[in-house]
Design a protein around this ligand. Sequence first.
Ligand SMILES: *Cc1c(COP(=O)(O)O)cnc(C)c1O
Length: 481
Amino acid sequence: MSAAGDPAALDRSQEEARALAQAVLDRVLAHLAGLATAPACGDVEPARAAALCRALREGPPEQGAPIDALLAPLFDEWVPRSFGTNGPGYLAYIPGGGLFEAALADLIADSTNRFTGTWAAAPALVQLEANVLEWFREWMGMPEGTRGLLTSGGSLANFAAIVAAREKLLGPALRDGVLYASVQSHLCIGKAARLAGILPDRVRLLPVDAGFRLRIDALADAIAADRRAGLLPFLVASSAGTTNTGAVDRLDEVADLCAGEGLWHHVDGAYGAFFHMVPELRPLLRGLPRADSLALDPHKGLFLPYGTGAVLVRDGEALRAAHAATAGYLPPVPDEFHDPSQYGPELSRPFRGLRIWLPVKLHGTARLRAAVAEKRALALLAAERLARVPGLVLVAPPQLSLLAFHLQWPGSTPAQRDAATQELVRRVTARQRVMLSGCTVGSAYLARLCVLSFRTRRDHVESAAEDIATESAAILRLRNP
Ligand SMILES: *Cc1c(COP(=O)(O)O)cnc(C)c1O
């Protein structure tokens, strides 16, 4: 029965469903086809964005509307007025792109709407998720017995790992537990600690070396001082690629220190972990497979859409012990098979595995690995080009695929360098071919460029280098006429 004449009918006939899907698909394909020429960053000027958002406020519609009337402003006005996160010129923050195949997987997952919170409700589908976690484990070189969970992103992956470590090493003594990371660690580490009951007075953000890596001597000193004070050092969160400069901490040395001290070594690999898929790049991440836990973000280094994170925990039982729970209304938990509800905070959850499984099965590991390797090669190319730009200093050359730089000239003050570098980011982005972002490190402002979208190819990196060179020259001319 069609909706006409039946006020409570929500189901669609096949013809109606196909027409809706076709309308959406047409819009999506046109959007993707336009990425090559779309501005790298849409109009997000705060005053205009605020005016737009005020105009958008509205109550719930009493009657339904036709889909074309809804898709038109969405695709023509609202989507364009945002960062061009899926475009080839998106070199800001940490890109990923968002493989189209994942959207198809979501269509399947949402339409079949199977329940993947427990193994019993959809055994084969949960097994696909378990397979994905095993693939990640293998790519990361972690041992069998490692267990994990697919999350909505890196923040929750880091959180699940910290909770597992806290439960295992502190138990009820959590108020004395101390967590260590560098000042360059991601904000989600401190946030996860707080959510896990490790309050800010028990979080030590330690200094970094000239390469922006956690200083091992500072770490050892801090642990010793906390032990003398009667506290319980329990976890070091190191970075396999920081968000600011892409710095990879000395994972091997941190692992040694943690082993000697009986501490849990957590690695935040939300940006950098997938570079470990490429055998030739593994030396850049030496020590990563020794992690007690590892956070990964497939929506960055595996090119998937936002909402795809993962955590791996070497002592799988620790992850389970921290999250296991049963109730009379739930089916029994299997011994042999993965049961997501026992490894994380969620019960009902989206079928996240399919948006990883389908793209990996369609492309194959070899092609994904080649794409990851290409991003690193392109970052090296960018560095080589930028090193030749007069006045531009590579403060952080690429360790993986991210580089940070600033402008300087003889006699320039720190404040002048910051202003000129901010202007550079603004002017390059205003050219609309690529989008850069900046960051504050210590007291200095740095421009940064990260190559990690599968859509970013050699041409786009050449464009970025050209635009940066042109605008650097213009800025320096203005300041040194
Ligand atoms: C992106 C990122 C995070 C946070 O991950 P989300 O997926 O945004 O929650 C954590 N650490 C690093 C190094 C990151 O790059």
